[in-house]
Each structure stands twice: as C-alpha cells, then as structure tokens.
Design a protein around this ligand. Structure first.
Ligand SMILES: Cc1cc2nc3c(=O)[nH]c(=O)nc-3n(C[C@H](O)[C@H](O)[C@H](O)COP(=O)(O)OP(=O)(O)OC[C@H]3O[C@@H](n4cnc5c(N)ncnc54)[C@H](O)[C@@H]3O)c2cc1C
Length: 466
C-alpha cells in the first residue's frame, strides 16, 4: 500500500482494561482452542476477537469442511460432539461439514464454560514490549483505546498481527511474493444435487457455457458445492481473487468487492443455465472474504514441504496433520500440491513441532494456527482447521504452564507440555486421519515429487476443497 505522508501521533497514557495470565488474540479455530485449553489449565485467561462472534474462517468465512478434525482429539472433539448433539455436524456427501451458525454458539459456550473471559468487537492494534518480551497488547474498541497486560500472549490472529507488531521476523507468499488467492464463500438454498467428484461442478458449468455460448468464465478449475447439515443448503467454494494480500486494507477491500461481484455473476449463471441449480437462491455471501494465507512467523523451527511429503515425526510434536499440501495457484486457475507421505517415507501424517509455535526473536509470545513457522508449501497443508485447533490447544496449555511456572515458553520442558495435552484428551501420535479414512485412496502416489513448486503434482484426483 502506497503511503505519501506521515503525521506525528502524540504519546498518551493508556488505561489498563485487564491484567491476565494468558491473553489470546483472535477467536478463530486456533484462538478458541487456545483460550479453552488455557482456562482449563487453571490460568486467568482473556480471549480478544474483532468480530462479534467466534470461529474465524469457520464462521466469518463460511468455510464449512473441518478437515483433519478427528485425529487430534481434545477441543476438536469437544466441538464436533457439541455440533453433533445439536444436529450441526455432517451432511450428504460431507461427513465433516458443519452448520457455521451453530459453530458460533458451540465455540462460545465452550469458551465461557472453560472460565475464560471474552471480549468481542476488540481489535488488537499494537504490542507493549520490554526488550524482546511482549508484556501485553494495545486494543481499539467502541469504548476507546486500552492496554491489556499478560504474562504470556498467544497470537491466533491468522495473520500473525501480534507477532508482526512486536517486530517478529515473518515471510509471506512463495518466492515471487504471491500468495494463494482469496475466496468469498457463499451459501445457496434449494440445491439437492450432491457433488461427488472434484471436477463435477466445473464440468457442469463448462458444458453449460458450451451449450449456451454464455460469456461466463470460471475463476477456478475445481469449484465445490459443499452440503451443510441443513437440507438443500450448500456452501460454494468457487470465487477466486488473485494478487491480493490479506494484510493490506486496500487489497482486502478490493477482494470483498470483487468476491461479491463474482458471486452474483455465477449464481445468476447457475440459475439460468445449470438444471441442478435451477431452484437455487443466494442466502448470503460470507461476512468476510476468505483469506488462505498471509504472514508466516519465523520460529525456532521452520516446517518444510519435505517434512510434509515425508510424513516427518518430531520429538516435540504437539499436533498431527494428514491433509495434503493444497495450493490454489496464485497466478493461474488450477490447484497443485502433494500428499503427506508421497516422499521417500510413506506415512499418512506428519507432526507439528512445538518449536514452530515459538517466534525466533520474541519472548513471552506463542503463535498458533495458520501463521506458525513454515514454508509456503508446508503452510498449504497445516492451514486447515483441525490442525489449527490442535495447535491452539497446545499453545494455550504451553502459555498456561509458562505463566504459572515463570519458565519462558521457549524453555518449557516439552515432556510436561505433552503430558498436560494428553490430560486434556489430545491424541498425540495417532494414525487415524480424516483424509485417509474417506478420500485417501483416490490419491495416487507420485514418485516424481520434488519439493520445489514447479514440479509438484496436479491434485486432479484429490477430492475436496481447501
Ligand atoms: C476459502 C477457504 C477455504 C478453506 N477450506 C478449508 C476446508 O475445506 N477445510 C478446512 O479445515 N480448512 C479450510 N480452510 C483453511 C482454514 O479455514 C483456515 O486456515 C483456518 O480457519 C485458520 O485458523 P486460524 O484460527 O489460524 O485463523 P482464522 O480462522 O483466520 O481466525 C483468526 C481470528 O482472529 C481474528 N483476528 C484477526 N486479526 C485480529 C486482530 N488484529 N484483533 C482481533 N482479532 C483478530 C479474526 O477475526 C478471526 O476470528 C480454508 C480457508 C479458506 C480461506
């Protein structure tokens, strides 16, 4: 974003709104789990969220499949159980889709039941530091600007806002700086057709274009209509906005406008020309554009594409992932990637090491969710919600252990952390995965895999959006 002028902002005293053991910033899948885990560990915990509801991409982004959700147990399992008991889990063709409206209620109930405090409509805009250590954050709210102090801060903003404001080193995008496209998800009613194959919706649209000569053009080759628990409702992953940065407010604005325009255009096309959507109506576009990737905070360990492809395990594992590296091409309409275990060691999962949650150059800060330390390729795999929640739970427990013991997060004994996670019903070292259980056999091994992006295999046989 181009800035042409600067003004001086007066220094001022800030009122302290709260002083807690553990402060969690961002209430998406990672932050929700972090707050619950920290409070359940006995720490005085506060969760800050800029929206008026929890869920992040699960709710604000209408991203309804919860990939890799079963294998990690813990808060993932609690959310699934509560959604299931209220009829909000699983749908025709989609065992792992959920009702996003119920996700708001369920995650909020779990946070409040855990004893964590919660503040909505609160934007984290800065950090308070003493040397390398984060001592708290600065927030903007309708009530004004405040400081919140904490023994340990957990950054679950997805974008790594807290870490970046604290001066942590980070990377964005692939070598040329481009990031995965953004997607405005939208919800349709009146659809009974069930998509079973990756290219099925694309083929319906391409055939209709051929038949009618319509000028509509698909922005992405593998769109999905994902059924929700409510009969006849689908969330559609089709819109793609490229060359945008989710940490740039002008790009975000452009993406929101373009995303809604793309939505209206395709809904109009589907209703007019595709029989399977003749009775469809647009219920809503997602409250915010879906951002797949932004900052990756450089940590004590940087996860790589090779770690993903080889199904690597780590002594300090705090979560497991089996979802493939799924890259929506930054400059094309395709999807590339590779599966877990397609490298020299065949294994259907890999571990997230605790060190990837610890920023290399900032203290008293733990990051969790899609902004942890990894390469462009590795991020394309661990970015899905199940691992993000599991990382959040690990970060929350670690922050609590650190706050109560006075030991810095980077110096914690990982044995103690893993024991505490097991006590919270987290499954470490499990081989059960969502992907293998119901989509895995459709992906063939590719012996030509190389971790540089130019030679990654096309995921044409892979079923499922991300
Ligand atoms: C279009 C799309 C499709 C996807 N498909 C799938 C899929 O099929 N299955 C799957 O499992 N995953 C999917 N993903 C990935 C997944 O949804 C996200 O990567 C995941 O939600 C990340 O979780 P998170 O908690 O790290 O971040 P987020 O979900 O982004 O949550 C971050 C939270 O922090 C809040 N926040 C941000 N900045 C601030 C701030 N400064 N102050 C206060 N609050 C702040 C946000 O409002 C938000 O609530 C998809 C993502 C996209 C965009």
């Amino acid at each position: 974003m181009e800035i042409r002028a600067w003004v001086h902002e007066e220094a001022r005293e800030l009122p302290v709104l709260a002083d807690v053991d553990v402060l969690v910033c961002g209430g998406g899948p990672a932050g929700t789990a972090a707050a619950i885990a920290s409070a359940r560990s006995g720490s005085k915990t506060l969760l800050l969220e800029r929206h008026g509801f929890l869920g992040g991409m699960a709710t604000a982004g209408l991203v309804v499949p919860h990939w890799d959700s079963h294998q990690n147990g813990g808060v993932n399992a609690d959310v699934i159980d509560r959604l299931g008991s209220r009829g909000g889990w699983g749908a025709e063709g989609w065992k792992i889709s959920f009702d996003p409206e119920l996700w708001k209620h369920v995650s909020e109930d779990l946070v409040l039941d855990s004893g964590s405090d919660l503040l909505y409509h609160t934007f984290v805009v800065g950090t308070l530091r003493a040397g390398r250590a984060v001592k708290g954050v600065v927030i903007e709210t309708k009530s004004g600007r405040f400081a919140v102090l904490a023994r340990v801060v957990v950054d679950c903003t997805g974008d790594g806002d807290v870490a970046a404001r604290a001066g942590a080193h980070f990377e964005k995008g692939r070598d040329d700086g481009l990031m995965q496209p953004m997607t405005t998800m939208f919800r349709l009613g009146g659809v009974t057709w069930v998509q079973r194959r990756n290219a099925e919706l694309r083929d319906l649209i391409e055939q209709a274009i051929e038949r009618t000569g319509d000028e509509y053009r698909l922005p992405y080759d593998y769109p999905w209509a994902i059924h929700l628990p409510n009969p006849g409702e689908v969330a559609v992953m089709l819109v793609h906005v490229r060359d945008v940065d989710g940490t740039d407010v002008r790009d975000l604005t452009r993406a929101e406008i373009d995303g809604r325009r793309q939505t209206l255009a395709v809904v109009d096309f589907l209703r007019r020309h595709v029989a399977e959507f003749a009775d469809a109506h647009l219920i809503e576009t997602a409250p915010q554009v879906g951002v797949r990737e932004t900052r990756r905070i450089t940590g004590e360990y940087v996860l790589t594409g090779d770690d993903v492809a080889s199904g690597r395990s780590f002594e300090d594992a705090v979560a497991t992932v089996s979802f493939p590296a799924d890259i929506h091409e930054p400059a094309g309409t395709g999807q590339v990637g590779f599966r877990v275990g397609s490298g020299p060691v065949r294994r259907g999962r890999y571990d997230i090491p605790y060190r990837a949650l610890i920023p290399r150059d900032i203290d008293q800060l733990v990051v969790a969710g899609r902004c942890i330390s990894g390469t462009f390729e590795a991020h394309a795999s661990y970015r899905v919600k199940g691992p993000c929640m599991a990382m959040g739970q690990a970060a929350g427990v670690a922050a609590s252990l650190s706050a109560s013991s006075g030991v810095a997060p980077r110096d914690l004994a990982v044995r103690d952390l893993r024991r505490a996670l097991l006590e919270q019903n987290v499954k470490l070292d499990t081989d059960s995965t969502d992907v293998r259980d119901w989509r895995w056999e459709t992906v063939e091994n590719d012996p030509t895999y190389r971790p540089d992006r130019g030679t990654m295999r096309q995921l044409s046989a892979y079923h499922g959006p991300g």
